[in-house]
Ligand binder design. Structure first.
Ligand SMILES: Cc1ncc(COP(=O)(O)O)c(C=O)c1O
Length: 394
């Protein structure tokens, strides 16, 4: 039998604990509030035929050929207006296309993290980012949060105490909490990172999924030289196409290109051409209201069901968009224990403790996703969950 000796870095690449416990989620009859993926009915299936024809007609063999590592020019050009609408000023040359925003996160880890470097993350944070960074063997420090995301004074304290390689934040409709950092905090965070001359990785996959309220400029807008802005078309077009992108300060931009060259040479030319035509043709603006019309009633159904069924000892976020709600139960509750009993009754969610970089926190928290189930199923699932929880909290 082959005895394989794996690289020492694999010690840090443990299989994602969430993946392990969610293995039961695909059982027939399960209503999963655990996923983090877009509803398949939100994809512009019919439009894809038209876009495919346009791409073949307009770009011909070019759409099937190798292309520049930086990205397919028409897509980079189309992103300029898209980003400007978000108050991110970037020329086409300043954009970089990656295979999903996950591709950007991996490349950033590769070019920035030496073993033992400290990365500052929200408590809780997006676990997929930790999976991207972990192979490069960083350590993590958590920044305390409240209902409005990270607390600027807590960030300041972390930066006073530690040498931080970079900060990783999801400021809008965060995964897992749904929280959004308000304008004054964005400005305060921008001022702090400029003063400490530290890099921020701003991950923004959800800001287009806004159901109400006013759009906020990203932190990149307030501190352009100190922020890598990362985004994706996964939630607003189709995640399977793997189209992510970033705008980085020049020296980081240069290294990102070198790193990407060694990974996949470039992101699929054909998929980038589809994405370019989606933006150029104004289809994103047409599709977004359709996506929001699917998600908003589901979010409302979940919020109403929580009001109706959840014990008074619970609190939850009330986001103006995104895909997730975050629940916090009474101290002493173990939502992982509740998870297994909920699964027996065909309801799945993600226990919140898995979203913390430092173990031992968040035992009474949970993430609920509302994009994948109908309003009726959401109501039933939350009622069932509340019954399970009530058994744990008596
Ligand atoms: C915060 C965050 N960043 C990045 C990603 C990855 O997205 P992509 O499909 O662009 O790789 C996700 C996906 O759920 C996410 O929630």
């Amino acid at each position: 039998m082959l005895q394989t000796t794996f690289a020492t870095r694999t010690a840090k690449m443990q299989s994602n604990a969430i993946r392990e416990i969610l293995k039961v989620v695909n059982r027939p009859g399960m209503v999963s509030l655990a996923g983090g993926i877009p509803a398949p009915e939100s994809f512009p299936l019919e439009l894809m035929q038209e876009l495919t024809a346009t791409v073949l007609q307009k770009y011909g063999a070019t759409a099937l050929q190798y292309d520049a590592t930086e990205g397919f020019s028409p897509l980079r050009e189309a992103l300029v207006a898209y980003l400007a609408d978000k108050h991110v000023t970037a020329s086409a040359e300043q954009t970089l296309i990656f295979s999903g925003s996950q591709g950007v996160l991996d490349a950033l880890g590769k070019i920035l993290i030496s073993p033992g470097d400290l990365i500052a993350v929200e408590a809780p944070t997006y676990v997929g980012a930790l999976s991207a960074f972990n192979p490069y063997e960083p350590e993590y420090v958590q920044i305390a949060t409240d209902d409005q995301g990270i607390i600027p004074a807590a960030l300041e304290a972390v930066l006073q105490k530690h040498t931080i390689k970079y900060i990783y934040l999801v400021p809008t409709f965060q995964n897992p909490t749904g929280r959004t950092i308000p304008l004054d905090r964005r400005q305060a965070i921008a001022a702090i990172i400029q003063e400490h001359n530290v890099l921020l990785v701003e991950d923004d996959p959800y800001s287009d999924l806004r159901y109400q309220g006013t759009a906020l400029p990203p932190i990149k807008h307030f501190a352009p030289d100190h922020v890598v802005y990362v985004s994706t078309l996964s939630k607003t077009f189709a995640p399977g196409l793997r189209i992510g992108f970033c705008v980085a300060p020049p020296d980081i931009h240069r290294w990102l290109v070198i790193a990407k060259q060694g990974v996949d040479l470039h992101t699929s030319t054909f998929n980038q051409a589809l994405a370019a035509e989606y933006l150029i043709g104004g289809y994103l603006q047409l599709q977004l209201p359709k996506i929001l019309a699917i998600y908003q009633p589901r979010q409302q159904a979940m919020l109403a069901a929580l009001d109706r069924y959840m014990p008074a000892s619970f609190q939850w976020t009330q986001p103006e968009g995104g895909m997730f709600l975050w629940l916090e139960g009474p101290a002493g509750l173990d939502t992982e224990e509740a998870y297994w009993r909920a699964v027996e009754k065909n309801v799945a969610f993600v226990p919140g403790k898995f979203f913390f970089a430092e173990p031992g926190t968040g035992n009474a928290t949970m993430r609920l996703n509302y994009t994948m189930a109908s309003e009726e199923k959401i109501d039933w699932a939350v009622r069932t969950l509340a019954e399970v929880i009530a058994e744990s909290t008596v």
